[in-house]
Design a protein around this ligand. Structure first.
Ligand code: 5GP
Length: 192
């Protein structure tokens, strides 16, 4: 999506460790008009798949999920990170290694909110090594639900997640794919 690529070029900052900072529109301050456009594009791609729920991971995925829910008109479920004691003990769990924090955490979803009848679209802000998406997929598999696809705002194509997920037969649609990045230079690949 040209619009997102232009915004990344205008407002993104490349940090050490291959991290792109997009705090001004995606990860701290939110541009909801842009998020809705990403959601609209996801609906063009997955709108006919019978999606019943959007699944994401707190915190930054929630904003992207809200943009998508505008169009899909289905509930958003967000996986919680460890430390939440108030969602009961009937939980699906998965271990996820965080790329930005450099450590693992356990994510949880209450069994109340995902069932075998659900058709689920996973949504997240970034795709790097694919750990977050794989953790969410494990929860979907445990619930016996169906994965419709994965919608990502920014995929770092030079990291392995996108290739591994696609090689596993999962439909992954990224609104912007970064082929390479260094301070002052971001090169985009093909995106949806
Ligand atoms: P993965 O699980 O695919 O390795 O990494 C994706 C997760 O790590 C996303 O949920 C996102 O929050 C975070 N992440 C990975 N790379 C970046 C990055 O370059 N910038 C930001 N802001 N977050 C990232």
């Amino acid at each position: 999506m040209r619009l997102l690529e232009e915004r990344i070029l205008k407002d993104g900052t490349v940090l050490e460790g291959d991290i792109l900072k997009v705090d001004s529109f995606l990860n701290h301050q939110l541009d909801f008009s842009l998020l809705k456009k990403l959601g609209e594009r996801l609906y063009e791609i997955y709108g006919d798949k019978g999606v019943t729920k959007i699944l994401t991971i707190e915190a930054s995925g929630i904003a992207v999920a809200c943009g998508a829910a505008e169009y899909f008109n289905v509930p958003i479920v967000f996986a919680k990170k460890a430390g939440h004691k108030n969602i009961g003990d009937d939980l699906y769990t998965a271990e996820v290694f965080s790329y930005t924090k450099g450590k693992s955490s356990v994510i949880t979803v209450s069994k109340k909110y995902i069932s075998k009848d659900d058709v689920i679209l996973i949504v997240d802000d970034f795709l790097a090594n694919g750990q977050a998406v794989l953790g969410l997929k494990k929860i979907i598999d445990e619930a016996g639900a169906t994965l419709a696809g994965v919608g990502i705002a920014i995929e770092k194509g030079f990291q392995k997640g996108g290739k591994e997920l696609r090689d596993a037969g999962i439909s992954v649609s990224s609104m912007a794919v970064i082929d390479s990045m260094s301070e002052g230079k971001i090169v985009f690949g093909e995106s949806v």
